[in-house]
Write a protein that binds this ligand. Structure first.
Ligand SMILES: [Zn+2]
Ligand SMILES: [Zn+2]
Length: 399
C-alpha cells in the first residue's frame, strides 16, 4: 500500500477509531491499573486476528508481518489517564469520578488500534515485523520501564510514538515531529526529609528547628540554576511541596520537601542530582539538622534520533504533504521541552522518532491535563495512518 492508499484505508475506518476512542474516554484508568482498558484493547486485537502478549503489569503487545524476514519497528500508544475530574463539555464524558483522559492517551490507544487493523490487512506486504506496544502508567513513569524490563524491546530495531496535542497554535490534523537530537526533558523526583528536634515555640534554644534548615535548603537549591549552569543550558529544579509543623506555637520535629529536576542532557541531570543531595545534606548540617535525600522517580530525557526522524519526516510528507512538519520549522527552535515522556525508556535503547498530532484548532482554550481539555477526534485517522505508514516505509528502507 502506498501513502495515499494507507490514508484512504485509515479514513474508511475513522468511525470505528472514533467509537473506540469514545469508549475508552468514558472509562479512564490510572497508572498500571488497566482492569477495563487492557481487556478492551486485547478484545479488539483478537477480533482482528492478533494474539496479544501480556507484558509488564497492565501492558501488552502484538506483532504483525515478518513473513519476508527483515527488521522490527515498534509503534507505541500509552493507555493511562489522570486523576482529574472531567469538566469538558462532551457527550462521552468520563464515567469514573476523579479520573479523566485529560492527556489524550485514549486517542493514542484508539489510533494504534486503527493502525493494527491497517497493518493486519497489509501483512503480506510488510518487509519486516511491526510490534505494537500498548503501555499503561505513562503519567506515573512506571509503564514503559516495566515493559522494557519484561523484554518488549527484544528484537526491536527502531520505534516511534505519537502524542495528541490540544491548546496549541497549530492547525487541526497537523503532525509535528520533534527534531532529531532534541526531545523531552528528563524527570527526577526528589524527597528531602530534614530531621530536627521539636519542642515549645517559646523555647527555641531547647530545640533544633527543621523549618529554618529546610528554608535555607530551598533557597540554596534555587540558586544552582543561576550560579552553576551555563546560561543557555536547560535545567529546572522545582520544590513543589514543602510541609512542616502542626501548630503555630510548636517547633516541628521534621520538615519535608519534594520536587522535580528537569533537563535535556544526562550529564546535567547527574550533576543536578548530585548537587541537590550535597546541598541538602550540608546545609542541614550547618543548622544542626540531618537531611535524608531520596530520589523516588526517574525518567531519562527522551531524545529523538536524527536519522529515524529525517526518514519519518519524508514518509509523513508523502502522507500529509505540508501537514507534516518538524518542530523547528514551526517554532524556529530545537530546544528540549520541559515536559517528560516515559517513552524515553524506549528511545534510550533503540533509535526513535516522536510526533505530535494537533487535535484542536488554533482557538482551543484549554491545554493538556486541564479538566476542560477537549481533543477533537475527527482527525484520529491521521494518527493511525502515520503509525502504519512510517512503520511500513521504515521497514522497506531498512531491509
Ligand atoms: Zn500527560
Ligand atoms: Zn501524555
Amino acid at each position: 500500500m502506498n501513502a495515499q492508499e494507507i490514508l484512504k484505508a485509515a479514513a474508511a475506518i475513522q468511525p470505528e477509531i472514533q467509537a473506540n476512542r469514545r469508549e475508552l474516554h468514558k472509562h479512564p484508568e490510572l497508572g498500571l491499573d488497566m482492569v477495563y482498558t487492557k481487556p478492551f484493547v486485547a478484545g479488539k486485537l483478537r477480533e482482528m486476528g492478533y494474539e496479544p502478549v501480556d507484558c509488564g503489569e497492565g501492558g501488552l503487545y502484538v506483532t504483525v508481518g515478518g513473513k519476508k524476514g527483515g527488521k522490527c519497528f515498534l509503534i507505541r500508544a500509552d493507555m493511562d489517564a489522570l486523576p482529574v475530574d472531567e469538566e469538558a463539555d462532551v457527550d462521552f464524558k468520563s464515567e469514573n469520578p476523579g479520573k479523566m483522559h485529560a492527556c489524550g492517551h485514549d486517542t493514542h490507544t484508539a489510533m494504534l488500534l486503527g493502525a493494527a487493523k491497517i497493518l493486519k490487512d497489509a501483512e503480506d506486504e510488510l518487509e519486516g515485523t511491526v510490534k505494537l506496544m500498548f503501555q499503561p502508567g505513562e503519567e506515573t513513569l512506571q509503564g514503559a520501564i516495566a515493559m522494557v524490563e519484561a523484554g518488549v524491546l527484544d528484537g526491536v530495531d527502531a520505534g516511534m510514538m505519537i502524542h495528541a496535542m490540544t491548546g496549541m497554535p497549530m492547525p487541526k490534523g497537523m503532525m509535528v515531529l520533534l527534531d532529531g537530537g532534541s526531545g523531552m526533558a528528563s524527570c527526577d523526583q526528589y524527597k528531602i526529609t530534614v530531621q530536627g528536634k521539636g519542642g515549645h515555640g517559646a523555647m527555641p534554644h531547647l530545640t533544633i528547628d527543621p523549618i529554618t534548615a529546610a528554608a535555607h535548603i530551598h533557597v540554596a537549591l534555587a540558586e544552582i540554576h543561576s550560579r552553576e549552569l551555563e546560561s543557555t543550558t536547560f535545567g529546572v529544579i522545582t520544590s513543589g511541596m514543602f510541609h512542616a509543623g502542626v501548630a503555630p506555637n510548636v517547633i516541628a520535629d521534621v520538615a519535608e520537601m519534594e520536587g522535580t529536576i528537569r533537563t535535556g542532557d544526562p550529564k546535567v541531570e547527574e550533576m543536578l542530582m548530585t548537587r541537590v543531595r550535597e546541598i541538602a545534606e550540608t546545609v542541614a548540617k550547618a543548622y544542626r539538622c540531618e537531611a535524608k535525600v531520596e530520589f523516588v522517580k526517574h525518567c531519562p530525557p527522551m531524545i529523538a534520533d536524527v536519522a529515524v526522524t529525517e526518514a519519518a519526516l519524508s514518509y509523513m510528507q508523502e502522507l500529509l504533504g505540508q501537514g507534516a512538519q518538524k518542530m523547528s520549522t514551526l517554532t524556529g527552535s530545537t530546544k528540549v521541552a520541559g515536559g517528560s515522556e516515559d517513552f524515553a525508556f524506549v528511545s534510550a535503547k533503540v533509535p526513535c522518532t516522536a510526533m505530535m498530532l494537533s487535535m484542536a484548532g488554533a482557538d482551543s482554550k484549554y491545554p493538556q491535563h486541564h479538566p476542560k481539555a477537549v481533543f477533537e477526534d475527527d482527525v484520529l485517522f491521521h494518527g493511525s495512518a502515520a503509525y502504519a505508514h512510517v512503520a511500513m516505509r521504515w521497514l522497506a528502507d531498512n531491509k
